[in-house]
Ligand binder design. Structure first.
Ligand SMILES: Nc1ncnc2c1ncn2[C@@H]1O[C@H](COP(=O)(O)OP(=O)(O)OP(=O)(O)O)[C@@H](O)[C@H]1O
Ligand SMILES: [Mg+2]
Length: 288
């Protein structure tokens, strides 16, 4: 089982869009995939069709979500849901919840001795059930991002290659160094080697930009400056990627969210091809 966190401290670079469609692509290759949302925004949870309720009273996620894993109350098996009308085949998902930002919850988590390794431990217990685990992390240097990286073998960094996303790479690298220094002992006990950066994934890149000499030069410059691999696959900007995750259907006058993976939405689209390529590139880079 390989665990891959999708993370960048820069927000809005496409982490969630990549996490859910990458998981969908891997699942279509019949990989046993677990998708974990550890971001209080719960965008991944929404995107895989697990938030079709409208009122707090109907919230079906509050009683079993990532927090119950972190608090050591439930196992992965007890919290996992199946994505809903999102992809063929559907995907196992550990949902997030807005309670992740509750100050009392934060206080409670601070009081738990092994909170940083709670997810690592739970995933180890479930390692025979999955080939690949994809974690969507928040755009922050917070405890949740740390927990995700401590539980991971690899980090993939989506980036739109804009100035702050580029400058942020040095902080991502420092974060990885911190995890490898501070947690290598405990990670080793769980059979984990050093956390590796699998690469920077060009994401939300305008079609015309992709083929320009300027963009190729920029990629080379960033690769050299930050000593990072830039992934071959490029996830281009495509309105369908946004539409597919914000789809609604109208039933009895109510608009019900019905998000779909790009494969279900339009499996012949360029974006579907890009995510298929990304899944293959990721497998190649992590299995060799
Ligand atoms: N390749 C793409 N083409 C077009 N729109 C995209 C693409 N990727 C993401 N978007 C859109 O950009 C916005 C941000 O994307 P997304 O939520 O995936 O980013 P994120 O990095 O997860 O954000 P956050 O940091 O808030 O978690 C969304 O509206 C999404 O639909
Ligand atoms: Mg996100």
């Amino acid at each position: 089982m390989k665990v891959i966190t999708i993370y960048h401290n820069k927000g809005g670079v496409g982490k969630t869009t990549v996490a859910v469609n990458l998981a969908a692509a891997l699942r279509r290759q019949r990989q046993r995939v677990l998708l974990i949302d550890i971001d209080s925004q719960a965008n991944t949870t929404f995107a895989v069709g697990l938030m079709k309720f409208f009122s707090e009273e109907d919230d079906t996620l509050r009683d079993a979500n990532i927090l119950h894993i972190l608090k050591d109350e439930y196992s992965i098996r007890e919290v996992v849901r199946r994505s809903d009308s999102f992809n063929d085949p559907e995907i196992d998902v550990i949902p997030a919840h807005i309670d992740l930002v509750d100050i009392d919850v934060a206080e409670e988590l601070r009081g738990i001795d092994l909170i940083h390794t709670s997810l690592l431990k739970k995933l180890q217990e479930a390692r025979d059930n999955y080939d690949l685990v994809i974690i969507d992390a928040p755009p922050a240097l917070d405890t949740y991002a740390q927990i995700a990286l401590i539980a991971s073998d690899y980090l993939m960094i989506p980036s739109d290659f804009r100035p702050f996303a580029n400058q942020g790479l040095k902080y991502v690298k420092a974060f990885v160094d911190f995890i490898n220094q501070e947690f290598s002992g405990i990670r080793a006990k769980f059979g984990k080697n050093q956390l590796q950066i699998v690469g920077v994934l060009p994401s939300k890149i305008h079609g015309r930009t992709c083929n320009s000499l300027g963009f190729r030069n920029l990629q080379e410059k960033i690769a050299n400056k930050y000593d990072l691999r830039i992934m071959e696959t490029i996830i281009k900007e495509n309105a369908d990627l946004a539409h597919s995750l914000h789809r609604v259907v109208t039933i009895d006058g109510d608009e019900i969210p019905e998000p779909q993976s790009i494969f279900k939405y339009d499996r012949n689209s360029d974006s579907a091809r890009q995510f298929k390529n990304l899944a293959e590139e990721l497998i190649w880079l992590t299995m060799k």
